[in-house]
Each structure stands twice: as structure tokens, then as C-alpha cells.
Design a binder for this molecule. Structure first.
Ligand SMILES: Cc1cc2nc3c(=O)[nH]c(=O)nc-3n(C[C@H](O)[C@H](O)[C@H](O)COP(=O)(O)OP(=O)(O)OC[C@H]3O[C@@H](n4cnc5c(N)ncnc54)[C@H](O)[C@@H]3O)c2cc1C
Length: 506
């Protein structure tokens, strides 16, 4: 009998376009494994909503593997100990898995596993699962690499797996491994491959038409956005398959003169590229999870973390209706559209002058689609600490006027303001006490800061740091290592009418 290969599933919970599984099956018998790692689920960026999504996906993955001939092996514990135990019992000689660009903890875990494999003479074969390239030092030629990866044929699953071991998935795979954060998430998207495929299908054949123009407002984005993020994050769908399906749908739309769909799918395709663009940054510089991308900002916000402000922001009690509505919506759904995520982070970083790390962890726990590479980079971008992006300070009142003109979103998620007339719905503090009593809004907090003054002060503080000697040289080095080589971002940055050192108000 040929040697046994262990396929370790991590954030790639599917059998379609799964190179590790396909290559392993070509060698001979396969042991497909998922490890529930209690220490991972106790990290401050993990949560039950993520765990529940993974559980849905594991159940379906197991069913699919079972149909091929060998069900999923579930094990609980430290990865090295689990692998050592399985090695003693089954004597596999190779591990196949996908490369993971996760947080610091998974990075250290993978190193420990590789060291154990070296000691035991077990070979490890890791495959990239999307356009992130290991071992890069700068971004020259990266876009070409991404395109080439996406153009390669996606892999069909193996037709059969030889049965190796009787397995039975526990009813709740995580019952003995509670998550750090257990905030209920009644509006969470269901996990799993089938759910992901129907979300993709409905987007490419209909919903996608409203993508351009529909993803900025929290009212329309819920339907107009693809909503594929958690399926991509946990690997229930292959990014390459999504890119290829999108391009086919775009060609069909062009052929039938469906310009609206074709243009929208163009914009969507670009986001799929951004997905890997941001993860590549963390792959090259894992320190981004903890430290400012541009170290010239070190010391700017580190010393005066205001816990009361953080608490008000985290619980949707800042007194700014759209900010609070977005936070409460996110708690309920585990998802929020890009613009509103950016506004939440910008409000924490600029108006409340909080260091990005704690707000980033809070948002990470609330996002079912938490993806460290995108997340920490975006949190830093919206806090102004990358040094290569024009700082954007989102005005919470203007955003509300632009994205929720009638106040429908605010009234739904901040019911304290349900009776306030349109004229004051985004600035309820302008009402007198008698009017507040009349409209029943007395339970809603006063604004936590004066948003205009806070934005002015933040811009000035940021500007001081950007004027320091050596700032530009370091920014150039950051750009060389991590910046996009696609012309558009840089052109936009240069042509902005505001002085980038002062920050842009939007
Ligand atoms: C502060 C902040 C934190 C974020 N954290 C995450 C995160 O943890 N996980 C995550 O998947 N996205 C994150 N994003 C990016 C973006 O908001 C989400 O990907 C998007 O809202 C998910 O909804 P969708 O699938 O409908 O997106 P669509 O617009 O339909 O995009 C399709 C896919 O492209 C990728 N994508 C979209 N926008 C971006 C972007 N700006 N940067 C990188 N990739 C993008 C995602 O994989 C997304 O699923 C964050 C944005 C901000 C401002």
C-alpha cells in the first residue's frame, strides 16, 4: 500500500479547487484532518460567530469528503500534539496543506509544526490558495503574478478517496473549545459550501447589477454587495473559481449589452484583487498586526487610551446616530459594508483619538469574515498610520446625510431616535430638552465629542507627525515594499485637492 498523506484543512474548508487535497489523492490514501485548537479560539480576535460559521462549513466538508470515500477526521488540541498522536497511530509520511497568512499565533503554530515535521522526517507540502506569494520583498511584478494564478485552470475535486479510517463528526465540533467572544449574532450568514455557491450565483445573475453605486449605503449594500467575504475568508469557496466565474459572467453581460452588470462586475473583480493585495502586505510584514506600518507614527496614540470612549464606541453609545447604528447593525449581523467599516474605524481613531489596536480587535471579533491581512491593514489605513495613503476623516453627520438620507437605517438600529423628525435625525443634540421629551429621545446619549473640533485636532496632530524629518523617506520605503503598483491609487493620491499632510475630510 502506498504511503499515507495527511491533508490539513485550515482556512480552506472545501474540496473544490483544493490543490493540497488533489495532489495528496494522486499519491495514494489520504487522511483529511481539521484540528480544533482551543488556544486559537481564546485569542482576542476570535469569536463564536466565526466558530459557528466554521462549524457549518465543516459539517458540509465532511459530507462531501464522505461521499468521496473518507470522512473528515476531527481532533481537539495543540496542533503538534494532535499530529504526533496521529503519526504514532497511522504513520503518515507527508502533510499537504495550503499556506496560511494568518495572525501571529497561527504563524508561530505553523513554524512549530514544520519543526516537528523536520524532527520526525515527515515532509510538508504547502500550496498557495490564492494570489499571495511567499518570500517577496517588494511588490514589483506582483499584479502579473496574481493574474497568472487566477488564469490557471481551477482544480476539480478527486473522484474518489480510499477509505482509511471510520470517522464521525461531533454534533457541535466546538462544544469543548469555547470562543473568546460569545456575543450573539442572530443575523449571521450561514456557513458552508452550498450557501456560498448560492450567494455567488445570486450575485452574478442578478444582485450584482446594483453593485456599482449600491455598496456605499448600509441600506442597499446588504443586497448590492456580493456578501461573499466569509466564504472567501474561511475558504468555503475558491477565490480563483470566483474570479473565473465573474469574468465569464462579465463577458456574457457584455455580449448581451447588459452594461450595468458588466461595469459592476468590473468593479467587483478589482475588489477580488485587493483581497490578495492586502493579505500580501501581512505576509511580507507580520508586524503590521501590532505595530504602525509607518513607524514614524509610533508614540502618536500609544499613551492615552481612553477606556470610556472606547466602551461608548464599542457599544454603539457615542451620541452620533450613524456611528451607533452601524455598530449595532454589525453586532447583529457580523457584517457591515466597506464604507461604514471605514467610518467606524475613522471615528475611533480620529474623533476619539484611540490607538487602532483595541478597536481593530473589537471589530475583528464582530466580523464573521475576519481576515487578518485585510483587517489590520484597513484599520491602519483608516487611522492614518500607513504613511502611504491619504488620511480620510469620515464626517459622521455628512456620511449619514449622504448614505441614509431619510434616516431609515438610523431609526431601525437606534430606536431611541425613532420619533425624531428628519430635520434633526442626524444631529439630535440640536433639539432642546422639551423637544427631546416630545420626540421621546431623552434616553439617547449626548455626543461624546464635538466632531468638528475633534477632526480639526486630529488633522493637526497627524500633520505634526507627517512633518517629522525622515518621514517621506520612510514612506517611500513602505511604498516600495508594500504599495500597489497599479497606477490608479497613486494618481488619485497626487491629484487630491487637499494637502495630504492635513488629511482629507469626506
Ligand atoms: C476597517 C476595515 C476592516 C475590514 N476588515 C475586513 C476583514 O476582516 N475581512 C474582509 O474580508 N474584509 C474586510 N474589510 C474589507 C471590506 O469591507 C469587506 O471585504 C467587504 O465589506 C465584505 O463584503 P462583500 O463580500 O459584500 O464585499 P464585496 O465588495 O462584494 O467584495 C468582494 C470581496 O473582495 C474583497 N474585498 C472587498 N473590499 C475589499 C477591501 N477594501 N480590501 C480588501 N479586500 C476587499 C473581500 O474578500 C470581499 O469579500 C475591511 C474594511 C475596513 C474598512
Amino acid at each position: 500500500m502506498s504511503a499515507l498523506t495527511l491533508v490539513w484543512f485550515k482556512r480552506d474548508l472545501r474540496i473544490d479547487d483544493h490543490r493540497a487535497l488533489v495532489e495528496a489523492a494522486r499519491r495514494g490514501p489520504v487522511l483529511p484532518l481539521y484540528i480544533v485548537e482551543p488556544d486559537y479560539w481564546q485569542l482576542p480576535d476570535s469569536s463564536q460567530r466565526q466558530q459557528d460559521f466554521v462549524a457549518d462549513s465543516l459539517i458540509e466538508l465532511d459530507q462531501q469528503l464522505r461521499r468521496l470515500g473518507q470522512g473528515l477526521v476531527m481532533a481537539l488540541g495543540d496542533a503538534v500534539e494532535v499530529l504526533a498522536g496521529l503519526h504514532r497511530r497511522h504513520g503518515f509520511d507527508t502533510i499537504h496543506c495550503h499556506e496560511e497568512t494568518g495572525n501571529d499565533w497561527t504563524f508561530a503554530r505553523d513554524r512549530a509544526v514544520r519543526a516537528w515535521c523536520r524532527d520526525r522526517g515527515v515532509a510538508v507540502q504547502e500550496y498557495p490558495q490564492f494570489g499571495v506569494k511567499r518570500g517577496l520583498h517588494d511588490r514589483d511584478g506582483w499584479s502579473r503574478h496574481w493574474e497568472a494564478f487566477m488564469a490557471e485552470a481551477a482544480l476539480d475535486p478527486p473522484t474518489r478517496l480510499a477509505p482509511v479510517l471510520e470517522t464521525r463528526l461531533p454534533g457541535d465540533p466546538f462544544s469543548t473549545s469555547p470562543a473568546f467572544d460569545t456575543t450573539p449574532c442572530p443575523g449571521r450568514q450561514p456557513g458552508g459550501i452550498g450557501a456560498g455557491q448560492s450567494v455567488l450565483e445570486s450575485f452574478l445573475t442578478g444582485r450584482g447589477r446594483s453593485y456599482r453605486g449600491g455598496i456605499s449605503s448600509p441600506l442597499s449594500a446588504e443586497v448590492a454587495g456580493s456578501r461573499l467575504s466569509p466564504y472567501i475568508t474561511w475558504g468555503a469557496l475558491s477565490l480563483r473559481r470566483i474570479v473565473q466565474r465573474t469574468r465569464t459572467a462579465r463577458s456574457e453581460a457584455r455580449a448581451t449589452n447588459d452594461t450595468r452588470l458588466a461595469t459592476s462586475l468590473n468593479a467587483f473583480d478589482q475588489r477580488l484583487h485587493w483581497h490578495c493585495h492586502f493579505i500580501q502586505k501581512l505576509e511580507q510584514q507580520p508586524a503590521i498586526e501590532f505595530h504602525n506600518v509607518h513607524r514614524g507614527f509610533d508614540g502618536m496614540r500609544e499613551h492615552d487610551f481612553d477606556h470610556d470612549r472606547f466602551q461608548a464606541w464599542a457599544t454603539g453609545q457615542t451620541g452620533y446616530p450613524l456611528v451607533d447604528a452601524c455598530m449595532r447593525y454589525l453586532v447583529h449581523h457580523g457584517w457591515l459594508n466597506f464604507r461604514m467599516r471605514a467610518m467606524l474605524m475613522s471615528f475611533a481613531a480620529y474623533h476619539l483619538w484611540l490607538h487602532w489596536r483595541e478597536p481593530a480587535l473589537h471589530l475583528a471579533r464582530l466580523f464573521t469574515d475576519y481576515e487578518p491581512g485585510i483587517h489590520f491593514n484597513q484599520c491602519q489605513m483608516q487611522s492614518g498610520t500607513t504613511g502611504i495613503n491619504t488620511p480620510r476623516i469620515y464626517n459622521p453627520v455628512k456620511q449619514a446625510q449622504d448614505q441614509d438620507g431619510q434616516g431609515r437605517f438610523v431609526r431601525r438600529w437606534v430606536p431611541e431616535l425613532a420619533g425624531v423628525p428628519d430635520s434633526h435625525i442626524f444631529e439630535p443634540w440640536q433639539l432642546g430638552l422639551t423637544e427631546r421629551e416630545q420626540f421621546g429621545s431623552t434616553g439617547y446619549p449626548e455626543p461624546i465629542v464635538d466632531y468638528q473640533q475633534a477632526a480639526r485636532e486630529a488633522r493637526a496632530r497627524l500633520g505634526e507627525y507627517r512633518k517629522q524629518p525622515g518621514f517621506r523617506e520612510q514612506a517611500r520605503a513602505v511604498h516600495q515594499a508594500l504599495g500597489s503598483r497599479r497606477g490608479s491609487t497613486r494618481r488619485k493620491t497626487r491629484s487630491t485637492k487637499t494637502d495630504p499632510r492635513q488629511g482629507r475630510l469626506i
